[in-house]
Design a protein around this ligand. Structure first.
Ligand code: ZN
Length: 107
């Protein structure tokens, strides 16, 4: 339960907090873009089963692979796509916290 709350908490609260703290202009747009980072979870649709609470998404789904993460870092470094890259990195961050819990529970 804590894991669930933490996971969705990061997916939703971190984008809002980052938007409010680090962006002075167009806060609402920034927050909406950051929140849309959650959309990359649609790659779960290609997985079987679609949702498995005991599976770590990092490096399992195509948009959560290490190559995808490298691409997100480049998006973040390039000024024009920074917000999109940030949105995706926050998503990966939320999912990796999830995996961290998963692995520590397993031991
Ligand atoms: Zn995800």
């Amino acid at each position: 339960m804590l894991r669930f709350l933490l996971h969705y908490g990061i997916h939703i609260i971190v984008p809002i907090a980052v938007g409010l703290l680090f962006f002075k202009d167009k806060k609402i747009w920034i927050i909406l873009i950051l929140l849309s980072g959650i959309l990359i979870d649609f790659d779960h649709l290609f997985a079987n089963p679609i949702f498995d609470p005991n599976r770590c998404s990092i490096n399992f789904h195509p948009f959560h692979s290490y190559w995808a993460i490298v691409a997100y870092i480049f998006l973040f470094l390039y000024k024009n796509t920074r917000v999109i890259g940030l949105a995706l990195l926050i998503h990966i961050f939320a999912d990796s916290i999830d995996c961290f819990f998963l692995f520590s529970e397993a031991n």
